[in-house]
Design a protein around this ligand. Structure first.
Ligand code: MG
Length: 119
């Protein structure tokens, strides 16, 4: 499965890439802000997106809204920090399929993406 990783932290992007690549996922793009996330999504049409919430330029909520507008079938999993429950609720309303809370366990990431990938 092709995945786009969106996070302004290079450390988090690398961690997600490691977890996913070790488990058969193909990382087809990375983005460090919401604006780039929308652009890369439109270019590579990934099957799955992990979307950070707090980012510069355009945050994950705005990027999610624009991706869902472009592709109502998009599979977007939000990656939030503790204490962002209201943003998670907003994301699910906008069409995000699920969410992961940082700091995350690799197995939790894999379980969530597998569930979303199964539809
Ligand atoms: Mg962030």
């Amino acid at each position: 499965m092709n995945v786009l990783i969106v996070d302004d932290s290079g450390f988090i992007r690398r961690m997600l890439r490691d977890i996913l690549e070790k488990n058969g996922y193909c990382i087809v793009g990375e983005a460090a802000d919401g604006e780039a996330a929308v652009r890369v999504y439109q270019e590579v049409r990934p099957e799955m997106v992990t979307m950070d919430i707090t980012m510069p330029v355009a945050d994950g909520i705005e990027a999610l809204a624009r991706i869902m507008e472009f592709d109502p079938e998009a599979n977007v999993v939000m990656v939030s920090a503790l204490g962002q429950e209201e943003f998670i609720e907003r994301s699910l309303t906008l069409g995000a399929k699920d969410f992961i809370v940082k700091p995350f366990q690799p197995q939790k990431v894999l379980d969530t993406l597998e569930r979303v990938g199964r539809g």
